[in-house]
Ligand binder design. Sequence first.
Ligand code: G4P
Length: 528
Amino acid sequence: MSNIKEINRRRTFGIISHPDAGKTTLTEKLLLFGGAIQEAGAVKSNKIKKGATSDFMEIERQRGISVATSVLAFEYQNIKINILDTPGHKDFAEDTFRTLTAVDSVIVVIDVAKGVEEQTEKLVEVCRMRNIPIIVFINKLDREGKDAFDLLDEIEQKLHLKVTPLSFPIGMGYDFKGIYNLWEKNINLFTGDPRKDIEDTIEINDLSNPELDDLIGEKAAEKLREEIELVESVYPDFEKESYQGGELQPVFFGSALNNFGVRELLDCFVEIAPSPRPKESDTRLVKPTEKDFTGFVFKIHANMDPKHRDRLAFVKIVSGKFERNVPYLHVRHGKNLRFSSPNAFFAEKKEVVDVSYPGDIVGLHDTGNFKIGDTLTSGEELNYKGIPSFSPEHFRYINNADPMKSKQLEKGIDQLMDEGVAQLFKLELNGRKVIGTVGALQFEVIQYRLEHEYGAKCSYENLNVHKACWVEPSDPKNEEFADFKRVKNKFLAKDKRGQLVFLADSAFSLQMTQQKYPSIKFHFTSEF
Ligand code: G4P
C-alpha cells in the first residue's frame, strides 16, 4: 500500500531562536492549539539558566528534560506535526546543527525589541545553506520594540533573507492593538488576555471599510492603511514554491506569551510548510514515497540511569515505512538489526509503535551500535550525507586520572563522542588525545559523565589551538603534501573517522600555511 497519504499529512520542523526570544513559549502555545497539552507551563524549557554552568544536578536535570522534549508530536487539522527540539544554549549549537539535518522546515523566533541576535544568525546561515524553508515569527509585540519596517530590513540584511510579511502589527507595546492578517485578510484584536478565545477574528476584506476606524480608532486605521499599502508595494507577493525552495520567507508578528498571532502562524504553517522532502545520499536522491525504508540517526541520548547502559538513538525516517521487529541493515556495520520496541513521540510521552512513516522520528534502544549520522535501510547500501562536524572552539588534552580504569575511560570517551558531545582528535606525533568542544561547558559535562556513567576519571591539560581544519590534498602523493606533513607534523591529528586534521595554533599560522601550500584545501567542516 502506498504511504502517500501519510507522507502528505506530515510536517516535521524545528523552532530556532536566540535564547529568551520565546521558543519554549511558542512551542507550548502550538501544543495547546493542537490539544496535545491542557495548560501552559507543561513544556519545560531546556535552556541552561545563567550561572548554572557548574551545577551538575542542573546538567542532569537538563538532560532529562531534553529527552522528554526531543520530539513533540501532535495533530492539528488532521496534520501530524513533529516539532524537533533544538537547544538554545550556544555551547550546544552543534546539537542544533545536527537536528537541522532532520527537519523539513523551520520557524525562526525573533524578539521584537532585540532584533536579530547572534545565535539566530548562525542557525539561519545553516538553514540557508541547505535551502530549508523558513517562516519568521516576530515575538513580544505586547512590548515596546523596533519599528516593523526597520526590523524587516534588519532581517533581510543580517540574515540574508528575502522576506514578505503575511501579518502586520497594529501599533506596538502599550499601543498594541492587534494584527492585520494579510494571508487571511482579517483583523485580530488584542485584549492582552491569554485565556481569550481567539476565534472572534474580525473579517476585514477591504481596509477602506469605515468599520476599521470604529474598531481601532481613526488614527491607527489610517496608519495601518498606509503601512499595508507600503507592504504590498515593497514586498514580493507570497508564493508557496519560492518559500518551499528557500528563496522567500514569510513573516508573522505576535506575542507567544499572550497567545496572540499564534493561530494565524499555525494555520498558515500547516497549509504552506513542506511535507517530508527527498534527501541526498552518497549514491542517489531518495524520495519519501519510495517503497523501501531508509532513515538516519541524527541524535543519540544516553540513558540517565547509569545501571542501564543503553541509549536512545533518534532516527528520522526518510522513505518507506519503519516497522517493529523487521530486520534493517545498519549500513556502516554491514549487519542486520531488529528493534522490538521502537518509540514514537507525543507531546509529553513516548510509546512503542508498530509502524512509522517518512517525517516521523523513532527512538531506538541501542547498546552501542549507533553513532550520529548512521544510516539504516531495508537492504540498500547507501549513506545519508549532511551531518558534518564543525571546527570546535575549545581544545584540551584529555588524560587518564585513574590508571586502573583506562578501559572504562576508553569506552566512555568513545561512546560520548558517538553521541556527539564533543570531538576527539589523536595527535599524529605521539597519539595523545585531544578533545574539541563548541563551548567550555562540555568539558565539565564530559568529566562528570565519565565519572558517573563509566566510573572513569579524567583530567585536562590546556592546548593552544585556534581552529581545526580538515585537510584535503589535491594529490596525496605530491611533494607539497609530503612537505606539509613533515613540517607541520606537530600540528596534525586524525579525527574519529581517520580523516587528517590540521590543528592551527593561530589565525596567522593558518593563513601562512594556506599560502605556503596552495594545492592543499583546508576545510572548517568535516564534510566537503
Ligand atoms: P526561549 O525558549 O527562546 O529561551 O524563551 P522562553 O520561551 O523561555 O521565553 C523567554 C522569556 O520571554 C520568558 O520570560 C517568557 O515568558 C517571555 N516571553 C515569551 N513570549 C513573550 C511575549 O510574547 N511577550 C512577553 N512580554 N514576554 C514573552 P522569563 O521571565 O524569562 O521566564 P518566565 O519566568 O516567564 O518563564
